[in-house]
Design a protein around this ligand. Structure first.
Ligand SMILES: Nc1ncnc2c1ncn2[C@@H]1O[C@H](COP(=O)(O)OP(=O)(O)OC[C@H]2O[C@@H]([n+]3cccc(C(=O)O)c3)[C@H](O)[C@@H]2O)[C@@H](O)[C@H]1O
Ligand SMILES: Nc1ncnc2c1ncn2[C@@H]1O[C@H](COP(=O)(O)OP(=O)(O)OP(=O)(O)O)[C@@H](O)[C@H]1O
Ligand SMILES: NC(=O)CC[C@H](N)C(=O)O
Length: 603
């Protein structure tokens, strides 16, 4: 049986950084070649970064991506790596010029295939030629020798690929070291039929899948089950390589896997870390006269078997448990957002409460203590412990810590612009927001918004007050999970013999906005465990009023919370981005009108 040494590169790319991403590919190729690999596979759209969104609709961007892939092939050869076949994702177009006035976004009806319409004048097969495609390039010997365009374009949840790409219909099968290797891209695996079935018909022994699959809690289990099922269906070993890193609202969690047709996990990559996985696979030799399957492009890279060599041990990373996984996702999302947007420091208000404590601890894990500035901003209603708990947190974390009482500024404002009630209460939060924006603007930090998903759901924050900021680490984390995270992080520190970063008092105290004397969150909201269970059903599961009641939620809570969630849509629309961690995060996963007269009434 020929052996194929496969290298999968989990890399942290940056959208739009074609040169930087190409440099990552070259580095991975050098490492793979040094490890004796016969084939290197990188994630979906590794050369452009993922998701490219409407950049795909810019002619200049697609041209640059096409040019970059050609240059990459030449550079790999110039690096002495031309013998190593490399599969890398990039944006291409169905050949031919884009018809005047036609874009993928505005092309109206779209059906049928992609690249095979090349040469036809107007896309008589259904797709106007020249439209962008989500592709994988096979590079070898200093040039591109194969090309595969993604068949299934995800168009749900956070994905909008129907808007920006046209699908492919061909399959690419490359013979490498005598082994037939079929190619698929991410969503191709999640849909029935298509490349998986074609790979079996084409008698491929290995199916490699290039992915940019965003993190959700426990999604690694779903992916593994899917890979096992598809490997079985394809009757081939399946190698799944995933991106890693943060990109706006998304975090890619790596965790690449190689699975045998019987479901055995042959290799597993680290979660949330860059890694080159090198795996030796014993695979049957490709048929000397393989079946002639319609729409299968066969490319022979190398027929001769690999030389005899010592096998390498396959990496088999342990999957992370729920809170460890969530913490790592938030750290990576925050760190990459900050770094990739050119910041070195973040700034946040420290109230002594749990949300700001967890945000600060995440930021220190992501950027180091030197990357974090915390400001305590006591007002007339702040308790003594809000200040002392913030002091304690800052001391534990070793961050730059300052105190700016806001009472004089609030008083000066009220003396000039009198107001009362909630408006007066909210003014304290607005003065804090202005202070944070003022300091960050003069010192160059990025402000972190500490709001969690529960508060964002019900609009429990002051707009342009405590909701100011550029990035919201807890945007998709419910309040009850914020407490869980804090406890997990402290326990993890203890287990490693380190001091707990989060003061116990911040975990155990009753949550309060401290905008008036003795205020607690539960003056306005149900207990958080009750609220979060209801929000899970209403926001994530999209249950209607009667379903919520059938599910056992109290009538009073349903009426109150549903109204609050619906009325807060306008606040969320203005909110900062933050990492998706659940099946339905606010933002693209849940698109609702602000102006609507629809109400969840009793039927
Ligand atoms: N549909 C819509 N489109 C555009 N603007 C809309 C709007 N509906 C109201 N508005 C505007 O909204 C403004 C009122 O909103 P906003 O100023 O936010 O104030 P509001 O939502 O009335 O009050 C904020 C609530 O959040 C609580 N809070 C504040 C701070 C921190 C925390 C915490 O624990 O974390 C909790 C606070 O106790 C209070 O219950 C008005 O000026 C109104 O013009
Ligand atoms: N006294 C304060 N000093 C500094 N920042 C504050 C202060 N009070 C509120 N903030 C900022 O506003 C955010 C909202 O805090 P608030 O106390 O209103 O309720 P919260 O959502 O329970 O947050 P936390 O759990 O951090 O207290 C805080 O996370 C913090 O960033
Ligand atoms: N990039 C993609 O095609 C991702 C879609 C896929 N269902 C996933 O989340 O893994």
């Amino acid at each position: 049986m020929p052996s194929l040494r496969l290298a999968l590169a989990q890399v942290d790319t940056t959208v739009g950084d074609l040169d930087g991403n190409a440099a990552l590919v070259r580095r991975a190729a050098a490492e793979a070649a040094a490890a004796g690999a016969d084939l290197l596979v990188l994630p979906e759209l590794a050369l452009t970064g993922y998701p490219v969104e409407d950049l795909a609709l810019r002619r200049s961007f697609v041209d640059a991506s096409r040019a970059a892939v050609g240059r990459l092939a030449e550079d790999l050869a110039a690096d002495g790596l031309g013998d190593l076949p490399v599969l890398v994702g990039y944006v291409d177009r169905a050949s031919g010029p884009v018809a005047e006035g036609v874009s993928a976004a505005g092309r109206g009806q779209r059906e049928g295939g992609g690249e095979e319409s090349a040469g036809s004048e107007s896309g008589a097969t259904g797709v106007p030629k020249g439209l962008p495609q989500n592709c994988a390039a096979l590079l070898h010997g200093g040039r591109q020798v194969g090309r595969y365009a993604k068949h299934h374009l995800p168009n749900y949840g956070v994905f909008d690929e129907f808007r920006i790409f046209v699908p492919g219909r061909d399959l690419l099968v490359a013979r490498v070291r005598g082994v037939d290797v079929a190619v698929a891209v991410c969503e191709d695996l999640w849909q029935e039929g298509g490349p998986v079935a074609a790979a079996r018909e084409a008698d491929a022994e290995l199916l490699v899948v290039l992915n940019a699959s965003p993190f959700e809690r426990a999604k690694d289990d779903t992916r593994l089950a899917l890979c096992r099922r598809r490997a079985h269906e394809a009757e081939a070993v399946l190698a799944y390589v995933n991106s890693v890193g943060g990109q706006d609202d998304l975090v890619f969690d790596g965790g690449s896997v190689v699975v045998a047709p019987d479901g055995e996990v042959l290799a597993r990559g680290e979660a949330f870390a860059e890694q080159l996985l090198v795996v030796d696979l014993d695979l049957p030799e490709g048929d000397p006269s393989p079946p002639d399957v319609e729409r299968v492009q066969r490319v022979v890279v190398s027929q001769e078997p690999a030389p005899a060599r010592e096998p390498v041990p396959a990496p088999l990373a342990e999957p992370l448990e729920d809170m460890a996984e969530l913490w790592a996702a938030l750290v990576l999302g925050l760190g990459d957002y900050v770094r990739k947007n050119g910041f070195r420091q973040v700034l946040l208000g420290l109230s002594g409460g749990i949300d700001s404590a967890v945000c600060a601890a995440l930021a220190v894990d992501a950027l180091g203590a030197e990357g974090v500035v915390g400001i305590s901003m006591p007002s007339a209603y702040s308790t003594e412990h809000s200040r002392s708990d913030a002091d304690d947190l800052a001391e534990r974390l070793g961050i730059d810590y300052r105190v700016h009482p806001v009472a004089p500024m609030v008083e000066a404002f009220l003396a000039n612009v009198p107001m009362s009630g909630v408006a007066e209460e909210n003014l304290q939060a607005r003065v804090r927001g202005t202070l944070l924006m003022g300091v960050s603007n003069s010192e160059g930090q990025l402000v972190l918004t500490t709001s969690n998903k529960s508060e964002l759901s019900v609009g429990y924050s002051t707009i342009y007050g405590d909701s100011v900021g550029g990035y919201a680490p807890l945007k998709d984390v419910a309040k009850t999970d914020v407490w869980r995270l804090a406890r997990w992080r402290d326990a993890d520190a203890r287990a490693r013999g380190e001091r707990e970063p989060i003061p116990e008092a911040s975990i155990t105290k009753a949550p309060s906005a401290e905008l008036r004397p003795d205020q607690t969150d539960q003056d306005s909201l149900p207990e958080y465990d009750v609220l979060d269970a209801l929000l899970e059903d209403y926001v994530v599961r999209a249950m209607g009023r009667s379903e919520l009641l059938e599910a056992g939620h109290a009538l009073e809570d349903v009426e109150k919370v549903v109204g609050l969630v619906d009325r807060a849509e306008w606040k969320r629309r203005q909110g900062a981005p933050g990492p998706k961690t659940t099946a339905v995060a606010f933002g693209r996963d849940r698109r609702l009108p602000i102006t609507t007269h629809w109400r969840e009434e009793d039927e």
